[in-house]
Each structure stands twice: as C-alpha cells, then as structure tokens.
Design a protein around this ligand. Sequence first.
Ligand code: L14
Length: 341
Amino acid sequence: MAKLFNVAVAGATGAVGSRMIACLEERGFPVKNLKLLATSKSAGRKLRFKGEEIPVEELTENSFGGVDIGIFSAGGATSQEFAPIAAKDGCVVIDNSAAWRMDPDVPLVIPEVNPDAVAGYTKKGIIANPNCSTIQMVVALAPIYRKVGIKRVVVSTYQAVSGTGKKAIDELYNQTKAILNFLEPEMKVYPHRIAFNCLPQIDVFLDNGYTKEEMKMVEETQKILEDDSIGITATTIRVPVFFSHSESVNVETRQPISPEEVRTLLENAPGVIVVDDPSKNLYPMAIDAAGRDETFVGRIRADESVPNGINMWVVSDNIRKGAATNAVQIAEIVARDYLSK
Ligand code: L14
C-alpha cells in the first residue's frame, strides 16, 4: 500500500492556508494525520478536511514532532522562527512566505519548471514557494527560455487583493459597498483606497525606488531559471480584483521566435492553457482564471519595436497556482520521490 504522511498546515485559517487544506483533499494527497496550526487567536476553531472537523491548534515549537511535511503560510516572521524548528524535528517544510526564498541553501521550486531542484531540500529541510506573481510569469516564460533564451523581460502586474489576505478581501468589499451607498470608505489595509482605484505599490518601497514585490519578481525569476544574465524590470500594481493576478509580459528573446511558435510552445507546456483568439474577443481574464489551477496565456504577438520581441498576457489564480496549489504540488514531489523510499 502507498505510504501515508503526517502533514501540518501552519497558518491554516488564512486565505492561503484554507485553500491548502482544500487542495490536499482535492488532489488526494496521501495524508495519515492532518494537523492544523495557527496563532492562539484561532486555536479551538474547527476546519473541515475529508468530511471531518479538525480543531486548530496553537503553533508552538512543540508542534512538529512526528510531522513528515509542514506547509507554511503564516507570514514571514513565523516562517523565519518556526521553519528551522520544524526542520530540526525532521519535518520537511514547504514555505509560502518570502523568508527563505533567496537563501542559497533553500530550493525555490515551481514543479512545472524546476522539479529537480527539490533535491536541495536536505541542506536546511526547507523548500520555498515562489511569490505568486513570479510563479505564473515563470510558468509561461520557462518554455520560451529553454527554446530560444531570454535577454530581457519587462513586466507590469495587475494584482488581486486576496494576496494580502482575508482582511484585504474585506477591505475591497466594504469600500465598494460604502461608495455605492454614498458613505465614506474606511482604509485599514492599504495606504490608499483600493475600490475603483489602482495602486502602484505592492509591499514596501526599497532604496532603489522599486517595491519589494517588484524586486522579488526579478531575483526569484533569476534563481528559478538559474540565470542571472536575464534582465528583468517589474512594475507591480494592485487593482480592485478579488482573485487572480494578470500580467503584461514583454520578452526579448536571444534567438528569433514567432508568435505562432510561442503559441505552439505554450499549448504544449505543462500547467499552461492558451486562450488567444482575437477574432472572437478571446483572451485570459481574471474572472475566468479564478478557481482554476492553470496559468492562462493570450494576446501573444510580436513586439515590433525590437528584433526579437514578444508580448503576452498571463493570468492565474494567485491563491491557487500562486500559492496553495504550487505548495501542494511540491509536497507531492517530496512525498513521492524523497519520503517514500
Ligand atoms: O508572497 O499581494 O511575497 O500583498 C507578498 C505580498 C504575496 C502577495 C509574497 C500581496 C507576497 C502579497
């Protein structure tokens, strides 16, 4: 019989954590026992898994004895502190925060792109899940990179509020409702109103004038593709959308490639669905990608301002492929290829 694993989800009550639990169930992950961990505030609440009510326990340093795989989405500070504690107890940590992504001893993995990098987990016992905007962009870029090389990428994102968590989903909802009722909208999460607006800021600003989210896209893409020579510049924008990030991606390839070749390449790429029929007004949209696990690509066309330029529009559910699904896919590789021997 196939081996079963003791799994813990840290940050179980959050927007990503609750999707991780659903994803483990939907994909039939071989769970023996599921432990749900969160802060003391949420302890005692019950969440459903495979028809069972599982009580949420407080996350402490004693949470990980006997746990084979710990999937974390409880924020960077919690991961920074508890991932090494869990790893010391022999738990393989798959971490969705930014805390460990750029650590040279921690693999940064997109299963469709660099599944073999998982092997590096033995150094620290930690595997990092990339940033949501990075994941969907690199799922679409990797097949192009491997075929013709990439010199430079210019990306602009249109990011959903759900990436910030449940409180930001409530903020967009409440502000929209307030404004449509001629009431004063309240601002709690973002520095400015998000309803009926676009904010050119995601995460905090750095000394170079970029935001942290923008630099994550640069550094994480280079790490995943193992190529620091790719030039990348990003502008990340928050838009009043609940679920799914959209991205305008401009690519300058090293060798020539036609839009038709890119379309064929991406039609055959794992995890990608091409939606690209201008004659029928068909292209990827956030409302269609929400609730799906694939990355949708369309508007594939030549950038006629440079010799080897391609433009495309890339959309994916930021809570699913951008976070929970990618983490559970990594857990599947760990369970199948490393913990079953
Ligand atoms: O995982 O949308 O690095 O506010 C941090 C910012 C996730 C998205 C990360 C957002 C991101 C989040």
